[in-house]
Design a protein around this ligand. Structure first.
Ligand SMILES: [Zn+2]
Length: 268
């Protein structure tokens, strides 16, 4: 599941392919951008902001950026000239061609061309992997959100990108385990600084890994065995052996996993 670390790694992969090059052709396959043509624009850089990928472009004095969000199923892939795409063409949303290849965005949840991407993303809290990462501001945002709304759960607070940017469902579950709190615990009862410090460590350690690992113990074999609770329903907790519980949310990207022994249940 794409989270802040996935998009950071993606930007790192796309940067050498695109940065410093001129787009020879662009093809945006969403109705709103169908007439946009950015051929001739130069790529200044590729970066991640939270879970958003930003490709910065210039043409003379003009600037713009292609901004995308992968959602659950999106991806960007690199192809050599003439190479057959590895995803169905009807799922392509953006094709950026340079003289020695193409970068194609498939099944993107969001795709925009912005005059000012930083303004478009100004509502986001501190980016866990950003150059201006500010843990104090992130902790203050979480604590304030908890104080404002006693009904706000730690889960919703961590997923709300306005508090801090980069956490998705995998890290939401893993952070709650490492905090030792049930995911439905009120944010106001959780140590915001500790939550931020765990979040930063997990995303930073995983920013360039191909397989996400939150336990620090390399596990080869079964899927999700590199994680504490996410995706491990009915398997034994790595700490205490209790069966991991799974609770399905309204969306498939909101499934909760927790250890009923290690993560104290909230008092009703
Ligand atoms: Zn446990």
């Amino acid at each position: 599941m794409p989270e802040g670390d996935t998009v950071f790694a993606l930007a790192t992969r796309l940067r050498p392919v695109l940065a410093g090059k001129t787009l020879t052709r662009t093809d945006f396959r969403v109705p709103r951008l169908a007439t946009v043509d950015l051929s001739g624009w130069s790529v200044d850089g590729v970066r991640s902001i939270g879970k958003h990928l930003v490709v910065d472009l210039t043409s003379g004095e003009r600037h713009c950026a292609i901004r995308s969000h992968l959602g659950m199923d999106g991806s960007w892939r690199v192809f050599a000239p003439g190479q057959r795409w590895t995803k169905p063409a009807h799922t392509a949303r953006a094709v950026l061609t340079v003289d020695d290849g193409a970068v194609v965005g498939f099944s993107l949840r969001e795709l925009h061309v912005d005059a000012d991407p930083d303004r478009a993303l100004a509502h986001l809290g501190p980016d866990l992997l950003g150059p201006a990462w500010d843990p104090s501001a992130a902790a203050a945002n979480l604590a304030d959100a908890g104080a404002r709304d006693p009904g706000l759960t730690v889960s919703r607070a961590l997923l709300d990108q306005r508090n801090l940017a980069g956490i998705g469902n995998v890290y939401r579950n893993e952070i709650c385990f490492l905090l030792g709190v049930h995911p439905s615990t009120s944010m106001s009862e959780v140590d915001a600084e500790q939550a931020v410090s765990i979040a930063r460590k997990l995303l930073w350690d995983n920013r360039l890994r191909t397989v996400r690992n939150t336990t620090g113990i390399p596990a080869r074999g079964r899927r999700h065995e590199d994680l504490w609770v996410y995706g491990r329903a009915a398997r034994p907790c790595r700490r205490c052996g209790t069966s991991i519980e799974r609770v399905d949310g309204a969306d498939r990207d909101r499934i909760t996993f927790y250890c009923p022994t290690c993560q104290l249940t909230v008092s009703e």
